[in-house]
Design a protein around this ligand. Structure first.
Ligand SMILES: [Zn+2]
Ligand SMILES: [Zn+2]
Length: 166
């Protein structure tokens, strides 16, 4: 039985990657170090395009190599304890600020009767331009709100539901 050219190429590639794993890895690391922005951009696009594939891959990998994953997380934590701790603290602080602002606004600031952008009176939500000013909100409809975040996405901005939003 002869292999198709495509199959041959595939096997060759696998073999090549196996043989040159270290060299390829090194090249990748070098590339990443010198092309940080390009790499980040590429990764982001890749993740967006292959969202399902990636999450299936991760789930499968985790199911198969659970011990290994846990061990790696632990050793990362041991080596980077301070970094991890401060990252968690930052995350909590940020989201606590968000949650507080959302609660305060919800209690004290009623929604306007229509969307400040398009005038729609349906599906209105609160938008916080700045979480440091919890009582300053804008009333926006769902679609204007979404559009606003698409145009100027705030990385730490999360979306809630039913007018309880940011
Ligand atoms: Zn609107
Ligand atoms: Zn918002």
């Amino acid at each position: 039985m002869s292999l198709s050219a495509k199959e041959k190429k595939r096997l060759y590639d696998i073999e090549y990657r196996k043989k040159n794993a270290e060299r390829l890895h090194k090249r990748m690391v070098e590339y990443t170090a010198t092309h940080k922005t390009e790499k980040a951009e590429y990764d982001k696009k890749y993740r967006e395009k292959h969202l399902v594939k990636i999450s299936v891959y991760h789930a499968t990998y985790y199911a198969k190599c659970r011990e290994k994953v846990i061990e790696r997380v632990h050793s990362y934590y041991e080596l980077n304890t301070e970094k991890v701790k401060s990252r968690i603290a930052n995350y909590t602080k940020l989201h606590r600020k968000e949650a507080n602002a959302r609660n305060l606004a919800c209690i004290h600031i009623p929604l306007a009767s229509k969307c400040e952008t398009c005038g729609s009176e349906r599906e209105l939500e609160r938008h916080h331009p700045d979480y440091n000013q919890p009582l300053v909100i804008q009333t926006l409809c769902t679609s204007c709100h979404r559009r606003l975040h698409e145009n100027s996405p705030l990385p730490e901005h999360t979306h809630g539901k039913d007018g309880e939003i940011e």
